[in-house]
Structure formats: C-alpha cells, structure tokens
Write a protein that binds this ligand. Sequence first.
Ligand code: AMP
Ligand code: ZN
Length: 114
Amino acid sequence: MTDCLFCKIAAGEIPADIVYQDDQMVAFKDIAPKASVHILLIPRKHIVSLAELEPGDSGLIGEMLLKTQQIAAEAGLKEGYRVIANSGDGGGQEVPHLHFHILGDVRDDNWVGF
Ligand code: AMP
Ligand code: ZN
C-alpha cells in the first residue's frame, strides 16, 4: 500500500534502524521503545492486522515467528523475550500494518503495559 508507514519503511522510503530483513519480512527498532530491547517485525506484504490474515498467510506468519528466535538472539536476549501483536482498535493497534513487537527485559512490566 502506498500510504502506509510500515510499507514505506520496508521499501526503504522512510529510514529505520533495521536489524534484520529478507524477502518476506523486515525487523527494525521501535522509535519509542517500551523496553530496553524493542523491535518490530513486519511482513513486506501489506496485511493490516492478525484479523485480516488469510489462510495463505500461514507460512509467512510461521516464518516470522520462527525468525523471532534469531532476532532475539542477535539482540542479546539470552533469557527470553515477549512477542505481542496488537490487533485493531480494541487491541490498541496504532499502525495498521501487521507487526510483532519483540520485547526484552519485561519482567517488571504487566501484560498490558502499552
Ligand atoms: P501498535 O500500537 O501495536 O500499532 O504499535 C506501533 C508501534 O510503532 C509503536 O510502538 C510505535 O512506537 C512504533 N512506531 C511508530 N512509528 C515508527 C517509526 N517511524 N519507526 C519505528 N517505530 C515506529
Ligand atoms: Zn503497509
């Protein structure tokens, strides 16, 4: 989609601190981190949210969740990490392009901290 912030980041049209990318996905540091490590992982394909996923997206989503292992390891998260996907207004989603938040060092946070 042309007028989508995260599509523009994926296309390199808006700068971001990219930590991983391949032909299917891009991971970059959140501009307003809510934890000492806060990375967003997005598909290059414009999918609005989990609620708009189609059966054909299952492989892509599986690859993305698997890739969180490598991204977290490269970010130094030896003790674990949290993955969050806000979906729609009721889920607190602000950017309408599917993204997984990858967070480290969240032990003192509650589950709905942002
Ligand atoms: P959500 O509320 O789940 O839609 O999360 C959107 C996230 O995108 C927030 O954590 C923002 O801080 C982050 N964000 C917004 N604009 C940018 C940007 N240009 N680069 C990196 N992260 C961004
Ligand atoms: Zn998009």
